[in-house]
Design a protein around this ligand. Structure first.
Ligand SMILES: [Zn+2]
Length: 261
């Protein structure tokens, strides 16, 4: 190499070093900007993702809230049932009030079926033209006016009546009209016919031997008599003592002036 070539190469090298330096620097800067932009993008993506996540979380939370609200609404709705129950309970006294009133103020002659299985002969198509009134009380229990006690006594003696009028005026039907209840025993009506059970209806009134009948009992008896008069051609309405005077004294203390016979 000659001297001139050496100088040229040296100059080129001297020129190359800074250009390389600046070139590298520029490349690095570019890289940095690219990185920054990439990170920006990533950050943006991240932010978007975060935003989306936040949104989805919000949605989820909202859904949860909605569910909670629904549940709360359900919970709110749920107590409505008890409210209804309460309403029904509140209504119940209204429902039970009329019967309670009926217990104290029984519709005269209200017939309640309490059919028994003893003390009568089954029959159909018999002619009914007589009503026999009796009285009885429970001599065995604590309460002489006990309906169930009196019926238990009938069972014990294997007797019955078609109707039993309680102190409150309720008329319990123990035997249907067409069946022959065993209430009269050996007996005779004014026209001479015997076996009065065969053509009569027996009505028992709850009363003790020295007691008085209640107004409700008289009302019930008259109502029942009116009903029977509509159904059958009634010839006689008599007390047990009137068809078996030698044996019977009931109906004890009855005031026939209060009876529509
Ligand atoms: Zn009698």
């Amino acid at each position: 190499m000659n001297r001139r070539n050496i100088i040229i190469i040296s100059v080129l090298c001297l020129l190359a070093v800074p250009s390389l330096y600046f070139g590298l620097k520029k490349v690095q800067e570019y890289k940095k900007t690219v990185q920054i932009s990439v990170t920006d993008l990533q950050e943006n993506n991240d932010n978007q993702q975060i935003e989306e996540e936040e949104k989805s979380i919000e949605k989820a939370v909202n859904n949860d809230n909605a569910e909670v609200v629904e549940n709360q609404e359900k919970e709110i709705a749920a107590p409505k049932v008890p409210e209804k129950v309460i309403e029904e309970k509140r209504v119940e006294p209204k429902k039970t009030n009329p019967p309670a009133e009926e217990e104290t103020k029984v519709e005269a002659g209200k017939i309640v079926d309490k059919l028994i299985s003893w003390g009568f002969t089954k029959s159909s198509g018999r002619t009914i033209d007589t009503v026999i009134v009796h009285s009885s009380y429970d001599a065995l229990g604590d309460d002489p006016y006990s309906v169930s006690g009196i019926i238990a006594e009938y069972k014990q003696y294997n007797v019955s009546a078609h109707y039993l009028i309680a102190r409150d005026g309720t008329a319990y039907r123990l035997v249907t009209d067409q069946n022959i209840a065993w209430h009269a025993g050996v007996s005779k009506v004014p026209d001479g016919r015997t076996n009065v059970n065969d053509f009569s209806i027996g009505i028992e009134m709850i009363n003790t031997k020295d007691g008085k009948y209640t107004d409700d009992q008289y009302s019930a008896l008259n109502s029942l008599i009116a009903t029977l008069k509509k159904k059958y051609k009634i010839k006689y309405i008599l007390g047990h003592n009137e068809i078996a005077p030698d044996r019977k004294t009931d109906p004890w203390g009855i005031d026939w002036n209060k009876v529509n016979r």
